[in-house]
Design a protein around this ligand. Sequence first.
Ligand code: 5MM
Length: 344
Amino acid sequence: MMSKKIEEIAAAMVTPGKGILAADESSGTIKKRFDSINVDSTEDNRRDYRQMLFTSRSAMRKHISGVILFDETIRQKAANGKNLVDIIGAAGSIPGIKVDTGAKEFAGHPGEKVTEGLDGLRERLKEYHRLGARFAKWRAVIDIAEGLPTWGCIKANAHALARYAALCQEQRIVPIVEPEVLMDGPVASHNINRCAKVTEWVLNTVFAELYEARVRLEGMVLKPNMVIAGKNARTKAKPEQVAEQTVRCLKATVPASVPGIAFLSGGQSDIEATHHLSLMNAMGPFPWNLTFSYGRALQAAALKTWAGKPDNVAKAQEAFAHRAHMNGLATKGKWSKASEKRAA
Ligand code: 5MM
């Protein structure tokens, strides 16, 4: 019964036509985003911004299956006194929560990080479930650089992801398992082939750890990076190469019992992230649904349009709805550059 419920939630999170809004920026990250539009990162501004997203009716109802929240947001009320969590639920979307406490310097491994947050996690999950969260997220980051990543870093992060996922399922919460191979590597040799090798290594390690931790794959969602060249790579890969190599890598590593894969955008432009997802879905069918769990690639246009001004709320919601719609098309392999124009 317990696992059946988890399986149903996981399936709903990756329904074709819909995807996940990652709105769980921690204090440092949301400040960076607000700095880019010259808005102070106050509690009220953060609330107003996120309220603007969650009350964007057309986006939320039609294309957003779930929203990942930060601890502050899951406890916050909208200006009219309603809980933000209830606003998300009323739109037919599932509230989720980021439960890791951040990627920290990994002792003995210069240049690498390990994600923390396992201490007290069982109790925190109980509270988040009471507050309305039905899924959670934990993000591990893996850097590509000269001599990196190390086996020690991949193993430690995969182990933590698996322990987190098992605890979530124990508490009837669907774990989003997010091992992110970063695009920001400083080395010019960080091309698509290197990303493919590292991503395959990481995903194989993560699924071995999930198996040992007795995580039910039917009740989880994987949130990986796409296989893509690093930002400083000498050669940039074509969209078709990104799609082909990502699908090849996932087929080689992700068991068919996983219901869905919701990609992160990782620093890709809005259009790139949509284009890549659409190309992949056009190559299907696959054993799992392929969808989005974007932060920047879903929010960038809306954030810029909002710019902290109440008068801009309606326009910002339109920008968000447009991006959500485009990515909804991409989950069915039906997006094209013409769709952007038609919708505009
Ligand atoms: C929304 O950003 C999430 C939280 O990041 P921090 O812990 O660094 O504040 C982040 O985990 C996000 O969910 C993933 O990176 C995917 O977002 P992008 O922007 O890469 O699609």
